[in-house]
Design a protein around this ligand. Structure first.
Ligand code: PLP
Length: 454
C-alpha cells in the first residue's frame, strides 16, 4: 500500500485525540520544549510504515530514532518475544538463562575480531557508561577523549562524553573528559590542508595526548560513523590511524556503534569498512530494533581477561533481560536468513545515486554523505561560502527552514529525522527500491522549500 493511502485498520480519531491530550498533560518528552510537543498518535506499524488513528500512513524514513533496522512488527521477533514470555519473563542478572547466553555467543560470532564478552544494558547510554568504567578499571587511568560532534547518551557520564551542546545542562559533568575535533571534511576545523592533521587522525590526537599526558588517558571514544550530529563518514585511513595512536600509548579504543551498528552502514558493523577492531564496541538500537529495550558493551576477550579476578563495579537489574535477549537472537537470525545487511548495502548504492541526483537539482544541498541506509543531506544558503541554512543553535532542534521541510514531508506521509541543518535518510534496512523511490520523490518536492532561502 502506498504511503498516501488511508489505512482502515485502526481508524478512531477520538481515541487519537485523547491519546495526544493525555501525552501532553502527563508525559514529559525527551529533548523537547514541552509546550511545543505535538506527537503523532501511532495506532500501528508494519514494515517500513506506521499509521495514526485517522488512518494516515507514514513512510518511516527515520526508522523512528534510527533504531528500527529490521522494520516494524517483524513476525519472527514478535513470536520469539511471545515464546520467551511463556517460558520465563524475567530473571535477575546473577542467574544464567538460555536467551542471554545464546545472545552472548551470537554477538561474539557477528562482531569482528575477538570481541567476545558482552555486558548487557537497557540501551546505548548505559553501554557507553560501562565502557568508560571498564576502560578506567583496565588501564588504571582516568581521562577519556571524546569528540565535539558526537552524541553518546543522556545520563550524567554519557552526556558529558557527548560533544554537542546537550552536555551543557550537566556541566561540569563527569570529570576527566577531554575533547577532540572531528574528521568533518566538509567543515574541517583545521581548514583541511593536505595532509590534514585532524582528518588524518594521529597528528591532532598526538598533540592532545602530549598536553594531557598519554599515561593519564584510559580511552578514546568515537562514533565510528557519526550519527545524530550529521552522518559524518570518516575519510579512509582515519580510523586505522586512531587505532595506531591507541596501540602506541596503551589507550583503549571504544567505538560507539549504537546507531551505526547492526547493518546500518551496509556491513554488520561500521568499523568493518576500515578493518579496525575496537577494544570495546557499544551497541543498542539495531541489535533488536528496539522491540524490547536492549544494549550491550562488547569487549575483547583479552581485555576482560585482565580483570577477570577483579570486581566489576557495574550492574543493572534488567541487564540481559530474557525478553530483550530472545528478541535480539531472533533478530540476528532474521538478519542472516533475509540478507538484511546485504539489502542495506545494495540500497546504499541506490541512495548514493538518488541523493546525488537531488543535489544536482537543489542548490540548497551543500553535501550528501553516507553509507548503506545511513545518509545525511546538509543544507546551506550558499554552496560557495557554505553558509548554513540554519545557523548554529544549541538545542540541535531543526529550526525553520529545515523544520518546514520536515513538516511538509510529514504532510505528504514521509517521516524524516532532522538535526540542525541536516536532513537524514535513515530508513529501515529492509526498505524496498519502490519505497525508497517513493520517499525520495517526496523529498525532491519538499526540498524546494529549502531552495527558497538560497
Ligand atoms: N550513542 C549513539 C551514537 C546514539 O546515537 C545514541 C542514541 O541515539 C546513544 C548512544 C544513546 O542510546 P540510548 O538512547 O539507547 O541510551
Amino acid at each position: 500500500m502506498a504511503t498516501t493511502e488511508t489505512d482502515p485498520r485502526t481508524i478512531d480519531p477520538n481515541l487519537g485525540a485523547q491519546i495526544v491530550a493525555d501525552a501532553r498533560e502527563h508525559v514529559l518528552y525527551s529533548w523537547s520544549v514541552q509546550s511545543a510537543i505535538n506527537p503523532i498518535p501511532v495506532a500501528g506499524a508494519e514494515g517500513r510504515h506506521f499509521w495514526d488513528y485517522d488512518g494516515k500512513r507514514y513512510l518511516d524514513f527515520a526508522s523512528q530514532l534510527v533504531n528500527v533496522n529490521i522494520g516494524h512488527q517483524h513476525p519472527k521477533i514478535i513470536q520469539a518475544i511471545k515464546d520467551q514470555a511463556d517460558k520465563l519473563c524475567t530473571i535477575g542478572p546473577p542467574m544464567a538463562n538460555e536467551s542471554r547466553s545464546q545472545l552472548g555467543r551470537m554477538l561474539a560470532e557477528v562482531t569482528p575480531g575477538d570481541l567476545s564478552v558482552s555486558f548487557f544494558t537497557n540501551g546505548g547510554t548505559e553501554a557507553n557508561e560501562n565502557a568508560v568504567k571498564l576502560a578506567r578499571l583496565v588501564t588504571g587511568r582516568h581521562k577519556i577523549i571524546a569528540r565535539y560532534r558526537s552524541y553518546h547518551g543522556a545520563t550524567h557520564g554519557a552526556v558529558t562524553l557527548t560533544g554537542d551542546p546537550r552536555r551543557w545542562a550537566v556541566e561540569p559533568g563527569m570529570a576527566g573528559v577531554v575533547r577532540a575535533f572531528d574528521p568533518y571534511t566538509y567543515r574541517c576545523p583545521a581548514g583541511h590542508p593536505d595532509p590534514c592533521p585532524v582528518c588524518s587522525g594521529a597528528p591532532h590526537l598526538e598533540e592532545i595526548l602530549a598536553y594531557e599526558g598519554a599515561h593519564t588517558v584510559a580511552a578514546i571514544i568515537l562514533e565510528t560513523v557519526t550519527g545524530t550530529n550529521g552522518i559524518i563518514v570518516p575519510p579512509d585511513g582515519y580510523l586505522q590511524s586512531v587505532r595506531e595512536v591507541c596501540d602506541r600509548h596503551g589507550i583503549l579504543l571504544i567505538l560507539d556503534e549504537v546507531m551505526a551498528g547492526f547493518g546500518r552502514t551496509g556491513k554488520w558493523f561500521a568499523c568493518e569498512h576500515w578493518d579496525v577492531v575496537p577494544d570495546i564496541l557499544c551497541v543498542a538500537k539495531g541489535i533488536n530494533s528496539g522491540y524490547v529495550p536492549l544494549g550491550a558493551m562488547i569487549a575483547r576477550g583479552e581485555i576482560i581477561d585482565q580483570v577477570r579476578d577483579r570486581f566489576f563495579p557495574g550492574g543493572l537489574t534488567y541487564a540481559g533481560h530474557p525478553l530483550a535477549c530472545a528478541s535480539a537472537v531472533a533478530s540476528i537470525e532474521a538478519f542472516r536468513e533475509e540478507g538484511v545487511v546485504e539489502n542495506a548495502a545494495a540500497m546504499g548504492d541506490y541512495f548514493r545515486e538518488a541523493l546525488g541526483r537531488l543535489q544536482e537539482r537543489h542548490p540548497s544541498i551543500g553535501e550528501v554523505r553516507g553509507l548503506g541506509c545511513f545518509w545525511g543531506i546538509e543544507l546551506v544558503r550558499d554552496r560557495e561560502t557554505k553558509e548554513m541554512l540554519v545557523p548554529f543553535n544549541a538545542s540541535g532542534e531543526a529550526a525553520a527552514p529545515v523544520s518546514r521541510v520536515a513538516k511538509a514531508a510529514l504532510e505528504r506521509g514521509l517521516y524524516l529525522m532532522t538535526h540542525w541543518n541536516v536532513v537524514m535518510v535513515v530508513p529501515p534496512l529492509t526498505i524496498t527500491r519502490e519505497e525508497a523511490e517513493e520517499g525520495i520523490a517526496i523529498l525532491d518536492d519538499v526540498l524546494a522549500i529549502a531552495d527558497e532561502y538560497y
